[in-house]
Ligand binder design. Structure first.
Ligand SMILES: [Zn+2]
Length: 856
């Protein structure tokens, strides 16, 4: 299936964590993202017949009787005539535009609370108008099946793939010289045609005609945009419960009430007459791609493959090693952008220029101020625009040509509230090293650099690049701390990683503070060259194969050019979001914790300089520190039972997956026992806590530690360890039996030292341990037989230990009762006949993962 438009709105924030860089919780984003829509004006009669409607029944009518004076007209790729009383949209399509391909994109632009979200893509398809007598047929073109043009099979594919007819449109009138046909398109914008319906995406079942209005229709040289405000009915009283669909993977919400009003945006864009030559996708390099089924390969059989999305970049002088492009990739800066931020936005774009230079293109990318010309419009699909919009979600979208993957037009939305969110993140991650960041708010020049970073990352997406979460694990910790290395190569190999700021560098490393923010890295240059550099003399995508394979193989000798291995995100400890230096997560996290302690020393003074303000900054910073701590511990947890990976193809040395050596796994385990399950001082700082909340500190610590423990005890991890033990043997693998024993001895270390008091934090941790074990034996679904066997053995051993510990003389009463209680709990867990109380919902929520910043 072809995807013509990429949306990176908040809904995909789980994928694009950078969206979250400057945003608060998803809930806040959702709320802020929903602009209220003004109530419809009264007194309009939607049922009145439209001029031009029905004209086809008696054949085409005189032009002036169809396109009456009541219409306003806009000329462009074709003329668009609009009448708002009653709502009517006529397209006047010249014969020259018949049988040409257009992308027709439907999205939700604005919404009432609860129904979808602004920027949500609804559908995208390729269409064509074709003439048959006094009718135009609207055809649905499908380019997911292709064949090399010079192959005989192309004809057969074309015959077997005849386009579906979406609609038959009677021609209402011809223009004077019959060079153009006027058709009534109104119903397409009133949710009346299945292929372009927006209602289903938000859980609406029908359109309330009396509460729906045509907003505007404009035409540009290559595109037509139409917007309608539609009110859908049929939503439930509360959340429609999964009625929200869309393609955002369940992120869209159904309507909250019985009605929902949204502004639906239709963009109809003409595709190039000659499609660009496509480039086949390769899992070793991270590009967005479209699936294709291709016929007519050398083997004369069909193979499933994919093509990458990228701009069309052609050398002016094909023989020059480095040439100007025929047409540069051009971005325009929204005139609404405050002047002080414009230079940083531009810097974020131009940071990509050296990557294109290395790929053989001089002046390949440029960024311009939007022209003052009133004819210029950000809606004109010929222009890629960086919008400055008052929403709480950065987003970027592009429209591409499904035939070739060519990116035709891109739009970025930059979130202006940058000062509110990005600064606390930088304060926590880089404040220990960058003195400018030890006090909020951050100075403008530093905030500008944060903006520059976000723009660069989002521009990377519009160039076709996907995240490369492996990039943070491709440098050694020594490199991440080496000012010279970082100056040249950044501290992550790609700006398309979701790493943020260099929290590993230490004050004594003397890092230039400017280098604590990610830059375009070696992987980015490699990926741009791989995707954009022409392959000499290749006349078809298959002719590029050998060269592209050779280019990809540079990853063998230069590991920091590598990309995330397909399907390894859950198992490769180097494939992590929000990580720095995770080639050695233990070393990186050790250094990260040192910095967190440094931040703790100035967090109070640094967030309380604005006399008269509430303590919001302090609370935000505290929350961020707890999240940062959890995130870094999560990187260490992933080492246990992990598999290092590299995407290699046949002909390359080595395998794709390698078990992390036992010594590394054991080291990670010991690190967590010594650090994750002891209470960090900053988390229980009373100066801070007594100003931000009356109670809940103990629970915050419990939740943070529970998240680490829960992550460690994932069934999938223990299953992997069992498999590693079987395949690799005990010298390479860390046995799950040993792992569970080490964990028990660490979490219950007090029980081994009779007379030791157990703090409330440790008691909570130990309770979490028991509830996790209970889950494995009695939860739904329970763990597999192998894990159950191991868990039962652990609980029986623990029962003996706690019984002995509870009997120790001189023990404080709280500790003694806790140990007795633990013993009784174990009895209950091991005996399924004993009914147990329903789990505490708060604890269950904590155990179920804590979203972003938690442990994944
Ligand atoms: Zn991203």
């Amino acid at each position: 299936m072809s995807r013509n438009r990429r949306v990176h709105a908040w809904s995909i924030a789980l994928v694009c964590a950078l969206v979250f860089l400057f945003s608060a919780s998803p809930l806040q984003v959702l709320r802020a993202n929903q602009d209220p829509v003004p109530p419809p004006a009264a007194g309009q009669d939607p049922a009145a017949p439209a001029a031009g409607r029905g004209a086809g029944r008696g054949g085409p009518q005189p032009y002036a009787s169809v396109v009456t004076n009541a219409f306003t007209s806009d000329d462009g790729v074709f003329k668009v005539h609009t009448n708002k009383s009653p709502d009517t949209v006529l397209f006047e399509i010249p014969n020259t535009q018949l049988d040409k391909d257009f992308v027709w994109d439907v999205s939700i632009k604005k919404t009432t609370i609860g129904a979808g979200f602004g920027g949500q893509n609804v559908s995208s398809r390729t269409v064509r108008w074709t003439k048959r007598g006094d009718r135009l047929l609207l055809l649905n073109m499908d380019y997911s099946i292709t064949a090399d043009a010079d192959e005989m099979v192309a004809r057969a594919v074309a015959d077997a793939n005849y386009p579906a007819i979406i609609s038959t449109l009677p021609i209402a009138a011809y223009n004077a010289d019959r060079s153009a046909s006027v058709v009534d398109m109104t119903t397409f914008f009133k949710d009346g045609v299945a292929e372009f319906r927006a209602g289903a995406a938000i859980g609406g079942r029908g359109v309330a005609a009396d509460r729906s209005f045509l907003e505007r229709a404009v035409s540009f040289p290559e595109n037509v945009n139409v917007e309608a405000m539609l009110t859908f009915t049929g939503g439930g009283a509360a959340d429609a419960g999964g009625g929200g669909g869309g393609r955002a993977g369940g992120a869209a919400r159904g309507m909250r009430g019985p009605s929902g009003t949204v502004v639906v945006h239709h963009s109809i864009l003409k595709l190039p007459d000659t499609p660009m030559m496509s480039r086949n996708y390769d899992e070793r390099v991270g590009y967005d791609s479209d699936n294709k089924v291709s016929f007519g390969t050398d083997e004369h059989r069909s193979v499933r493959d994919q093509i990458i999305n990228r701009f069309r970049l052609e050398k002016k002088d094909p023989n020059a090693a480095v040439s100007d492009p025929v047409k540069p990739i051009t971005y325009y800066v929204d005139p609404a952008t405050p002047a002080k931020w414009v230079p940083f936005v531009k810097k974020g774009v131009m940071a990509w220029a050296p990557a294109f230079e290395a790929a053989g293109f001089r002046n390949a990318i440029q960024v311009l101020d939007a022209p003052k010309d009133p004819e210029w419009s950000a809606e004109d699909a010929r222009y890629s625009v960086i919008h400055w919009v008052p929403t709480q979600a950065e987003s970027q979208t592009y429209i591409n040509d499904p035939r070739s993957g060519e990116i035709l037009s891109a739009n970025l939305s930059v979130y202006p509230n940058i000062a509110t969110y990005g600064d606390t993140w930088y304060f926590v991650q880089a404040g220990a090293v960058d003195k400018r960041a030890q006090k909020l708010p951050l100075p403008d020049d530093l905030q500008g650099e944060l903006l520059r970073f976000v723009v660069s990352h989002q521009i990377g997406h519009t160039l076709g690049l996907t995240h490369n979460l492996k990039a943070s694990a491709l440098y050694t910790v020594a490199q991440v701390r080496d000012p010279k290395w970082v100056k040249e190569n950044s501290f992550v190999a790609s700006i398309m990683d979701d790493a943020r700021f260099n929290y590993v560098a230490q004050p004594e490393d003397n890092m230039d503070p400017a280098d604590l923010i990610p830059k375009i890295g070696p992987y980015d240059k490699f990926a741009i060259k791989w995707g954009y550099a022409p392959v000499p003399n290749a006349k078809s995508p298959s002719a590029e194969h050998a060269t592209l394979d050779q280019w990809a193989r540079q990853q063998d000798a230069t590991p920091y050019l590598r990309f995330s291995t397909e399907g390894a995100a859950a198992t490769d400890p180097g494939d992590e979001a929000e990580a720095v230096g995770d080639m050695d997560a233990v070393a990186a996290t050790s250094l990260g914790l040192k910095n967190l302690n440094r931040v703790a020393a100035f967090m109070f003074a640094g967030t309380t300089s604005k006399v008269g303000d509430p303590w919001d900054d302090l609370e935000t910073v505290y929350g961020r520190m707890v999240t940062q701590w959890s995130t870094e511990m999560g990187h260490v947890a992933k080492v246990i039972g992990g598999l290092d990976s590299q995407q290699v193809h046949i002909g390359q040395q080595g395998v794709r997956f390698k078990t992390v050596p036992k010594a590394k796994q054991v080291e990670a385990m010991q690190f967590l026992l010594a650090n994750a399950f002891q209470t960090p001082a900053f988390m229980v700082n009373t100066d801070v806590l007594r100003r931000i909340q009356a109670s809940g500190a103990v629970d915050r610590v419990r939740a943070a530690q529970a998240a680490v423990l829960t992550a460690l005890l994932q069934n999938a991890r223990i299953d992997r360890m069992t498999e590693q033990m079987t395949i690799d043997g005990p010298t390479i693998a860390y046995s799950p039996l040993q792992f569970l024993m080490d964990l028990r001895n660490g979490v219950w270390s007090e029980a081994a030292k009779p007379g030791t008091a157990i703090s409330i934090y440790r008691r909570n941790l130990q309770r979490t341990y028991l509830s996790q074990m209970d889950q494995k034996l009695n939860g739904t679904p329970a763990a597999g037989a192998e894990i159950r066997m191991l868990v039962k053995g652990e609980l029986k051993a623990l029962a003996t230990q706690v019984k002995a510990a509870a009997a120790a003389p001189g023990l404080d009463e709280a500790t003694r009762r806790h140990l007795v209680d633990a013993g009784e709990e174990i009895t209950t867990i091991l005996d399924p006949r004993i009914p147990r109380p329903a789990p505490d919902p708060a604890a269950a929520a904590a155990a179920g993962g804590r979203g972003r910043g938690g442990i994944r």
